[in-house]
Write a new protein. Structure first.
Length: 492
């Protein structure tokens, strides 16, 4: 019987493994006749012929989605026997054991699940213990060094691309690197610890935060080391504090026990809204009616807005920003997750797309006033994620006084409504956005309004071709702002 070899390069690549395994199955090569090799393993002097040269038969291999999903995780493990194990499971599933994975007592199944569990645990640790450090002299660029136990970088990097979409970053490991430039995720060779910054100015702030949230009454060193293994401590700035925090935990617990009880407080302290804020969200802001509202006073007043329930789960009010004499006001829907955290409009993925479009048109974002129809982030939780939810008409109505005073203060010559919610806030019901986009509308105060889509709508298109077409249309709409931004009147 002929012996064959099958090399998987890179060793964690599920598609390469599937191609090799599929060919071996169609050639009816049993598991014991294949030498499975990692891509980074040295070539043998007398290696067996490659499995792709084996003559195939008519058999059409089958694999359940559960088996393929398990294989995707197991392949990331560093166990050199994992490739043969996976092919053995596949072979058995195609030779009379279709329900193999449902037998938890099977030795091969138990071993594969144990490897997959180890990979999942390592991926969880990477998500928890990667610490980005700022690149000196490069704004919004960060590098992290991490030493995973298994080959998980390709599997985990998309999580960081979603979570930190608004910044440019790189994660370096000894075997693999991942880089995100704000739009594209790319992978490269491994690196050295010296390739990452050793420290940055943010780490003192992080250590201060960690020291404040450390609860000595819940200290459990065994569980802490289990959840945050000591091998990761050298990469965690807060780990420098742990010996002292653990040493002083008993003293602090006694002090807590002896301290006088205090009444519980809300997460966001309840206080009277500022005098400028409207009672129950009415338009009575108690600012001078005879003069435009001052934007700083408006912003301060809006921090205390309780006109609708959105204020309570949100981190903060996200008010508008830009020059108070801007000729053009860009009006969006509501802040997203990024904006809710940093307090500035259009700084998340949609804001980055808007910045790109403005730059391509030669327009300077700093010359526009940017704001949203709704000033608080509306979301729903899915695990640890906060997923965007469209604001309702009642939320738009509650925020309308703030928008009206912003427009009054800035007195723009043109307002670009980005999306249906912005159009509703400015123009009321009955606007058909997709039919009227790219057209100017006259406003009662002598200004003009331009309707277009929200940049987030462009990002939501399903295929690359659809996104390109949507972006081209968005760009064409925004191009109508060039003239008025340069001092020319808005024209239809």
């Amino acid at each position: 019987m002929t012996r064959w070899s099958a090399r998987v390069d890179p060793p964690w690549d599920a598609e390469t493994w599937r191609q090799r395994a599929r060919h071996a199955l169609r050639a009816q090569v049993p598991p014991e006749d294949i030498d499975w090799l990692d891509g980074d393993a040295p070539a043998a002097l007398l290696a067996a012929p490659d499995i792709v040269d084996a003559p195939m038969r008519a058999l059409e291999p089958r694999a359940s989605s559960a088996l393929l999903g398990l294989a995707g995780e197991v392949l990331c493990h560093r166990d050199p026997q994992r490739l043969g194990l996976l092919y053995r499971l596949l072979w058995r599933a195609n030779h009379g054991e279709r329900q193999l994975l449902s037998n938890p007592a099977d030795a091969d199944v138990r071993r594969a699940q144990a490897l997959a569990q180890s990979v999942r645990r390592d991926a969880h640790k990477m998500k928890a213990f990667v610490r980005f450090r700022a690149v000196p002299g490069d704004d919004n660029a960060f590098i992290a060094w991490f030493e995973p136990e298994h080959r998980i970088v390709d599997q985990v990097a998309p999580f960081f691309a979603r979570r930190f979409a608004g910044m440019r970053w790189a994660i370096l490991t000894p075997y693999r690197s991942a880089r995100w430039d704000g739009e594209t995720l790319a992978f490269g060779d491994g690196a050295l610890p010296s390739d990452a910054p050793a420290d940055d100015a943010h780490e003192d702030l992080w250590r201060t935060y960690y020291a404040h949230i450390f609860n000595p009454a819940r200290l459990n060193p065994r569980m802490m080391r289990q959840e945050m293994p000591v091998k990761y401590w050298k990469h965690l700035p807060e780990a420098q504090l742990l010996p002292g925090l653990m040493r002083d935990a008993g003293v602090r617990v006694r002090e807590m026990a002896e301290r006088e009880a205090q009444a519980p407080r809300r997460r966001i302290p309840s206080h009277e809204a500022p005098a400028e804020a409207a009672a129950a969200g009415s338009d009575e802001l108690r600012l001078p009616r005879e003069a435009p509202a001052d934007l700083r006073a408006l912003r301060a007043a809006a921090r205390g807005c309780r006109a609708c329930p959105l204020w309570e789960p949100a981190t903060q009010t996200v008010f508008g920003e830009g020059p108070p004499d801007a000729r053009v006001l860009l009006l969006g829907e509501q802040p997203g997750d990024t904006e809710d955290l940093n307090g500035r409009p259009f700084t998340g993925p949609a804001g980055q797309l808007l910045d790109r479009a403005l730059a391509e048109l030669g327009l300077d974002r700093s010359r526009f006033y940017l704001t949203n129809a709704v000033k608080h982030f509306r979301f729903e939780r899915r695990g640890k994620q906060r997923l965007h939810r469209n604001p309702e008409a009642v939320h738009v109505e509650a925020c309308r006084p703030w928008l009206a005073r912003e427009i009054e203060a800035v007195r723009p010559e043109a307002i670009a409504c980005l999306g249906a919610t912005a159009a509703l806030a400015l123009l009321g019901r009955g606007v058909r956005l997709m039919e009227e986009r790219g057209r100017w509308r006259d406003l009662h105060d002598g200004g003009r309004a331009l309707l277009t889509v929200h940049p987030a709508w462009v990002l939501r298109q399903r295929t690359a071709a659809e996104r390109e077409a949507a972006y081209a249309g968005f760009l064409a709409d925004l191009a109508l702002l060039r003239g008025i931004a340069a001092g020319e009147p808005a024209t239809a």
